[in-house]
Design a protein around this ligand. Structure first.
Ligand code: FES
Length: 167
């Protein structure tokens, strides 16, 4: 990890502009990409069009930086989930675009998931031992909504309520 020192004085009267390397150094950017951006909250999508059970939308968290493929999906109980859009079998993307679905089915080898990301079925794995386990579920990503906008964080350092005042 790149080591840089950015001093922040608690007394705002002694504040000064951070070094240009904070914005321009590729190593600093890479360190932030690995250690800062996954822990902070980012805009993900508008919430419109996700009202009906089964509505699903593939989204990318922080394109060009985190590039994390995610899926917003509303289940049959009307709960909205943000799931990894990466199949837990061999990493194929499960959903492309926007759909209304009864379940999530990977087009590579046919693994299926319920709309809450839990495992449903895998062809040819009927005899597999200790299968499925929670590792076969699509990981859930924390989300927050604010005035029709959706935000997500892969591993939030602070709760959504600390950064979004819900209305
Ligand atoms: S990669 Fe999804 S079922 Fe194999």
């Amino acid at each position: 990890m790149a080591r840089s020192r950015f001093e922040v004085d608690e007394d705002i009267r002694r504040a000064h502009t951070p070094a240009a390397s904070l914005y321009c150094d590729a190593k600093v950017f890479e360190a932030q990409r690995k250690h800062v951006f996954p822990r902070t909250w980012h805009y993900l999508s508008h919430a419109a069009g996700l009202d009906e059970p089964g509505s699903a939308r593939a989204v990318t968290l922080l394109p060009g930086c985190l590039d994390e493929p995610l899926l917003l999906v509303r289940d049959a109980q009307s709960d909205l989930h943000c799931l990894s859009n990466v199949c837990t079998h061999r990493g194929n993307l499960i959903v492309d675009g926007e759909w209304n679905l009864e379940s999530l089915r990977c087009g590579y080898h046919g693994r299926r998931f319920h709309l809450d990301g839990t495992f449903a079925f895998m062809p040819g794995f009927e005899e597999a031992e200790k299968f499925p386990s929670e590792k076969d579920y699509l990981p859930r990503i924390p989300i927050a909504a604010w005035r029709g906008l959706m935000f997500a964080s892969l591993a939030p350092a602070v709760g959504a309520d600390d950064v979004v005042s819900r209305v």
